[in-house]
Design a protein. Structure first.
Length: 234
């Protein structure tokens, strides 16, 4: 049972059914409203407050109301976003997956550039030496520069570890994408009514796990010192 009132100061009562939706809009079907109650406030349970989105007149001046909108003070049930603009659990999962995918792609580019440059520069050094003849620039300067650049790039790769970061981010991207697919098709553990909360909790845990693994890839001062010492020894 719900009660409505509007500018005409004629309260009307009616009964209807209510269902929660994923986003900010919901659906209520009610009977018994006066046809003038467009925009009326409808209240029932303290957590349920609606504004009538429209009415359909009939000869008996009753109306059937559909597609009402949550007002800002509405409080959703546990596990639902409080703000109607808040993203759903699936949106949250997709957003986090996209962010991780972008990081994976960046590290993929860095890893491949590092590999290709190191391979090409290492192979070019003996070529320049062999073809230089008596030329000082191609026989001495260019090979020395290539050797120095190669050592620098290798040292940076050992510190930044783009290959490991690429693998780490890509793995968590695939995990999140797999959970999103399970959610869409209601595959266990997303096959019950509490699946939004389950997905949100799993996404939050994945982020914590990713952070913990990422911290393990951050070079320490001793790591930097060891790489620098190794470079000098060459």
């Amino acid at each position: 049972m719900f009660t409505a009132s509007c500018g005409c100061n004629r309260p009307a009562e009616g009964s209807g059914s209510l269902s929660w939706a994923t986003h900010a809009r919901t659906r209520v079907v009610a009977w018994g409203w006066h046809s003038c109650h467009r925009g009326a406030r409808v209240t029932g349970d303290p957590r349920q407050s609606f504004v009538l989105g429209g009415v359909l007149d009939s000869p008996t001046r009753h109306a059937r109301v559909r597609q009402t909108t949550w007002v800002t003070e509405s409080s959703p049930p546990p596990g639902r976003p409080l703000d109607k603009a808040s993203e759903s659990a699936l949106d949250l999962c997709s957003t986090v997956a996209r962010s991780i995918r972008d990081k994976a792609n960046k590290n993929k580019v860095r890893a491949r550039v590092l590999t290709m440059f190191t391979t090409a520069a290492t192979a070019a050094i003996p070529v320049f030496i062999g073809l230089s003849g008596d030329d000082f620039v191609t026989g001495k300067v260019v090979p020395s520069i290539l050797a120095a650049l190669t050592a620098t790039v290798v040292a940076l790769g050992q510190i930044e570890r783009p290959h490991e970061r690429w693998s780490l981010y890509r793995r968590y991207q695939r995990i999140l994408e797999a959970d999103a697919k399970r959610y869409r098709y209601r595959i266990e553990p997303f096959d019950d009514s509490d699946r939004d909360r389950i997905l949100a909790a799993r996404v939050a845990q994945y982020e914590l796990d990713l952070q913990a693994e990422w911290e393990g890839l951050i070079p320490t001062s001793s790591d930097v010192a060891a790489v620098t010492k190794e470079g000098h020894s060459r």
